[in-house]
Structure formats: C-alpha cells, structure tokens
Design a protein around this ligand. Structure first.
Ligand code: KDG
Ligand code: MG
Length: 402
C-alpha cells in the first residue's frame, strides 16, 4: 500500500483550522489536525513544502518509521511548528490504520480502560456575579468539572474572559491586541472568587483554574496555598515552565494540584516535571505534541510517577484533534480529565464527528478510525483569515506573559 496524496486544507469557520488529508492508492484516507493558533500558515508551509512530498509512495502502515523519519530526519528537532506538522501526519496515519483494521482507533490502541471520559468546560464572566451565572449554566448542562475564570477589578481585559455576549476566542485580531496585567490585583482577588463559587455550589463540582503562565514561582506558591480551602482539581500553568526547577518552589508551598504542558511539544519538555513529581497532570495534546505516537510515550512516562493526563482541548484544537484525543483518553490507563471547550455549530458542521457528550462525560463513538470527517465543500466556503493571539503588558508597559 502506498500514499498517493497528502493535501492541506485550511478553513476559517469562525476561527482558523488546518487539516491534513492523506490518501492511499487503495482509496483509504485519514485526516489529522495541524492547527497552531496564530501561526497556522507556518505549519501549512512546513507540510506542503517538506513533509507532504516526502510522504509520497511511502507505506502508510509504517507509522513508527514515518514518525522517526520526520523527527530524527529533520535534524532540527522539536519546536511547535515541526511537531504540529508531525502530529498531523501521525494522526492521519493512525486514522488510516484503524480504518484498515475496521476498528475504532481506541480498539487498535489496546481497547478502552473506562466507560466514559470526564471532561471539564469553561465558565467565565466579567465579574463574580456573571461568573457565578456561567458556572450555574455549565452545571445545568451536566458538566461535573468546570474551569472558572473571571474579570479582575482594576484590570480592563484579561485571559479567559469573553467579550460581552460572545464566546471566548483568544485569537481576536489581524495583529495582536494588547491586554494589561497586574499580578497584585489578581492575587488579591482570586481567592474571593473561589470562596463564592464553593459557597454557592458546594463541594461536589470539580473546580479548575488557569493562571496562564502569569505568576512568579513564589507568587504561584502563595496562590496555591490561599486556594487550598477550595480544593481545586488543578491550578494550571502557574508560571512559565521553561525553568522546570521553579516548580520545586511552588511544590514546597502548596498541595493544590498542578497541571502543565499545553504548549509542550515533546517528551523532553515534560521529563523533569514528571520525574521529579512536580506536577499532577500533564496537558500535552495530540496536535501539539507530535501525535498519538508520542503522546503514548509521554503518558507511559507519566504513569511511572502517578501523573495523570489532562489534555488541552480549547477551541483552537479542531474536532479532528478532539476525536483523536477522545480515543486516546478512552484507552490511556492513567487518564485524569479532558478539556472540552465546545466548538461553534458551524465548526461541527464542517467537521462531522462520531464523538458525543453525555451528562458531563464524552464517548468517542464506534465509527472506524478516529471518527471525524471534514466536509471539504463546506470548508472551502470559509477562507483563511489572519487572527493573532493577544500580548500582555504590565501596568508600566513591560511586556509580560500572555
Ligand atoms: O491558543 C491558545 C489557547 O489554546 C489557550 O490560551 C487555551 O490555555 C488555554 C486552555 O487551557 O485551554
Ligand atoms: Mg491553559
């Protein structure tokens, strides 16, 4: 069997998505997500100019060899653009292999380890009353785990909070918009938010929060400690994870569980955090961490240290990634939780899928492959539009982590 076509499909049904479709000489095809939010065209070029021509004539069943060929063969290892492109190839090949085996992907991975997949969704508002309303809505929709973000008094625009009446989409402008940040105002405010959420909703809901890389290690230690009475499921990305030693300091100060890894792209980015038990959940995703092939290796390493998975699943990860992730989640023994930020209805139309939500949980469905398709005709109606993530500055104008 041979690969005869590898095609990149770019569309913007409300936000940009990049999809790779690999077709074999026997007519079987597979698709993979290749979306890197705000840098989509870099991955398109990486695929079209380099990886796609190199795939022609190869046996699509040699997933491991193809992964190694692109990972080792590029010489310039790792990196978000490179690993997102490799992930798209890998996901499409697993889709093909499962279709050839006439199985849903989770069966090929080893069968399911659970009946259903716990997901968390997002609730946010411009202030505490609006945020409480959003939590109530998510709870009514059946979610058992909710990520809570709120506007901060004295901070005009912040991460995770939707503009009036709109769904939250961080890539919001042709050129990066600017937000302002104050760690002091945030630290003074956040515990009161979680106190009110617990007071109103009791202890049954799992509550999560994303710090989005904004604090210094000692500030993160303080926040984790002050949030302890509200027993969060996790505190995410409390400080940038380039310096992984920094997490030792956070750990010394708090028992609030930590989740890191949505911007990691290889097992090497996770290794120190996992081996030193500095995190509780690893957030690497199918699309940004090199596909199912490398996500399996990361999960196996994590399992040695009782670190569980909690894959990234914001709306910039396409339904193709979500489908593949849910098959992975169904199988992976050390599963923790899966992020689910619902896509707009038009996105679900462009990407029809077998996975479905059921009362706070997901199941991947029993279609062969990963169960996600792309309607190419509909996708063609929504051409690419440049949309950038914002940047963030402190009150004195210093550029900060977004
Ligand atoms: O593209 C950036 C988003 O995916 C990111 O900001 C979302 O942090 C995020 C999360 O936890 O979902
Ligand atoms: Mg995050």
């Amino acid at each position: 069997m041979k690969i005869v076509e590898a095609k990149v499909i770019v569309c913007c049904p409300g936000r940009n998505f990049v999809t790779l479709k690999i077709t074999t000489d026997e007519g079987v095809y597979g698709i993979g997500d290749a979306t890197l939010n705000g840098r989509e065209k870099a991955v398109v070029s990486f695929l079209e100019d380099y990886l796609c021509p190199m795939l022609m004539g190869r046996d699509p069943q040699q997933i491991e060899d193809i992964w190694q060929y692109f990972y080792r063969g590029v010489y310039w290892r790792r990196g978000a653009v490179n690993m997102t492109a490799i992930a798209a190839v890998d996901t499409a090949l697993w889709d093909i292999k499962a279709k050839l085996a006439n199985m849903p992907l989770y069966q090929l991975l080893g069968g399911r380890s659970r009946d259903r997949i716990l997901v968390y969704t997002h609730a946010n508002g411009k202030d505490i009353p609006q945020t409480l309303e959003a939590v109530a809505k998510a709870k009514e929709a059946g979610y058992k785990a909710i990520r809570v973000q709120s506007g901060i008094p004295g901070v005009e625009k912040t991460y995770g909070v939707a503009k009036e009446g709109k769904n939250y989409e961080p890539a919001d402008a042709d050129l990066p918009s600017e937000e302002m940040w104050s760690s002091e105002k945030y630290l003074n405010f956040l515990p009161s938010l979680f106190a009110q959420v617990r007071e109103q909703f009791g202890d049954d809901l799992h509550l999560l929060h994303d710090v989005h890389h904004r604090l210094s290690p000692i500030e993160a230690g303080r926040l984790g400690k002050e949030l302890e009475p509200f027993h969060l499921f996790w505190m995410e990305d409390p400080t940038p994870a380039e310096n992984q030693e920094a997490f030792k300091l956070i750990r010394q100060h708090t028992t609030t569980p930590l989740a890191v890894g949505e911007i990691f792209n290889t097992i090497h980015d996770c290794r120190e955090l996992i081996q030193n038990q500095l995190i509780d959940y690893i957030r690497t995703s199918v699309v940004h961490a090199g596909g199912i092939t490398s996500l399996r290796r990361i999960a196996d390493l994590a399992s040695l240290y009782q670190v569980r998975t909690g894959s990234h699943g914001a709306t910039d990860l396409s339904p193709v990634c979500m489908g593949a992730a849910l098959h992975f989640d169904y199988w992976v023994p050390n599963f923790g939780i899966q992020e689910h930020m619902p896509h707009q209805p038009i996105v679900d139309e462009v990407f029809p899928h077998a996975y479905r939500f059921d009362d706070g949980y997901f199941v991947p469905g029993d279609s062969v492959g990963h169960g996600v398709e792309i309607d190419e005709k509909l996708a063609a109606k929504y051409p690419y539009k440049r949309m950038c993530l914002p940047v963030n500055r402190l009150e004195d104008g210093t550029l900060w982590n977004w």
